[in-house]
Design a protein around this ligand. Structure first.
Ligand code: GMT
Length: 393
């Protein structure tokens, strides 16, 4: 098939999933066209059967903000003419699904649009009254809608009021790629041999509750030796650095900023933290599980569909920093428990979320949606020709 994928190019789960999905589809023989404002950071240097279409950002004196939705729609429309795409897959509803809808209508109703809701497009920004009506309309106009967890499918109904079918297709992991590597990195650069490394990777947005991570680590550090390694960057970073200085933990907490060698980093971590306010799935938790790390976080959104409490990690109610600290402490102290949970996490990643289980679900959805949409277009066309004949007789 010829598949168009619209995505955000930068750090963030939806862009990662969209890129890895496109790459996997290309490896399975499909032609894949990526649409974004810049080359997605996870897209390999060159990959057969993949194309990248840069969406122009065209400003004008009158515009306070450039209307990206419109330039994206025009870019998509041009690509339909040139490449005859079979399906168009929009990752993140705002504004990608809306631009996809516009482009499809400009093109006479084809190709079908599949929208994947990733999380904050439904639970946070998408639920804001400034966006909710257009998100609802756009989902209703999509030819198929997917969500990355059952919890997000529920939120799509309850938050947005979208009552159509939402197909739940979980995020996936290539467990051959995401596996614990030996000696890939000097672990002793980060911690001594007897200090477990507690790891968190994110875009440092307030939703990730970085202050909870630091407070919980401070509680743990009062009892045992351990190191906290924070990877990524974003609006919450400078306050987090301040909090670490105020707690006098500069020697124990390392801020590594944005990094690309994630598998190396995941391979030296011992416990992974993800205590978000909201997490529709928690891709980074899955990456950690695949690299044999127990996950400690909050029992929220789709995270309990990924992390099984007491089996592959521990989940506590949002804001329960005491619970968080107690679970981290237990894992720091008990190496056998850490190992057992790490193995259970790796098994779950392989059995439930393996890339080879999930990609065929998207392929089937693409084909089914294409056939349905073509049939609808044919029936509309024959209805139109019948009514024009009866009007002339
Ligand atoms: O919150 C992020 O890290 C980015 C965000 C996005 O949309 O780019 O992630 C969301 O999509 C990911 C991929 O499907 C999910 O794994 C994350 O759980 C989800 N984030 C939230 O719901 C906060």
């Amino acid at each position: 098939m010829r598949i168009g994928i619209i995505l955000y190019p930068t750090y963030g789960g939806s862009g990662v999933v969209a890129t890895e999905l496109g790459v996997a589809l290309a490896m399975r023989g499909h032609e894949v066209h990526f649409f974004s404002t810049s080359r997605p950071f996870r897209l390999p240097a060159f990959q057969e059967r993949t194309y990248f279409h840069e969406v122009p950002v065209v400003g004008y004196d009158l515009f306070d903000h450039t209307p990206y939705t419109l330039t994206l729609s025009s870019t998509l429309f041009d690509a339909f003419k040139m490449y005859k795409l079979d399906v168009l897959h929009a990752h993140y509803a705002i504004p990608h699904a809306t631009a996809a809808y516009l482009a499809r209508e400009m093109n006479g109703g084809l190709p079908p649009v599949i929208t994947t809701c990733h999380g904050t497009d439904i639970t946070l920004v998408g639920a804001h009254p400034a966006y909710a009506p257009v998100v609802k309309f756009t989902l209703e106009q999509s030819n198929a809608v997917t969500a990355v967890s059952h919890d997000l499918a529920r939120e799509t109904r309850e938050n947005i009021g979208y009552m159509g079918k939402t197909n739940v297709i979980y995020n996936f992991i290539d467990t051959e790629l995401y596996k614990r590597e030996k000696c890939v990195m000097r672990r002793d650069w980060l911690a001594t041999a007897d200090e477990p490394i507690i790891l968190h990777i994110s875009n440092f947005r307030p939703v990730k509750r970085i202050p909870d991570i630091i407070t919980a680590f401070a509680n743990v550090r009062n009892n045992v030796k351990a190191k906290l390694v924070l990877v990524g960057d974003g609006p919450a970073r400078s306050n987090a650095e301040l909090q670490v200085r105020e707690l006098g933990l500069q020697g124990e907490v390392r801020f590594l900023g944005k990094q690309t060698g994630l598998i190396d980093l995941l391979s030296v971590g011992d416990i992974y933290l993800l205590p978000s306010n909201k997490e529709s799935f928690g891709l980074s938790a899955l990456e950690a599980m695949s690299c044999e790390m127990p996950v400690v976080g909050y029992d929220v959104g789709g995270l309990p569909e990924v992390v099984i409490h007491n089996e592959t990690g521990f989940l506590h109610p949002v804001g329960d920093i005491e619970g968080l600290s107690a679970s981290i402490l237990q894992l720091v102290k008990d190496k056998d428990l850490r190992h057992k949970m790490a193995q259970a996490g790796r098994r779950r990643a392989t059995e439930v979320f393996h890339i080879n289980n999930i990609i065929p679900q998207y392929e089937k959805l693409y084909l089914d949606t294409l056939h349905e949409t073509e049939a609808q277009c044919l029936s509309k066309a024959s209805h139109r020709s019948l009514s024009s004949k009866s009007a002339t007789t």
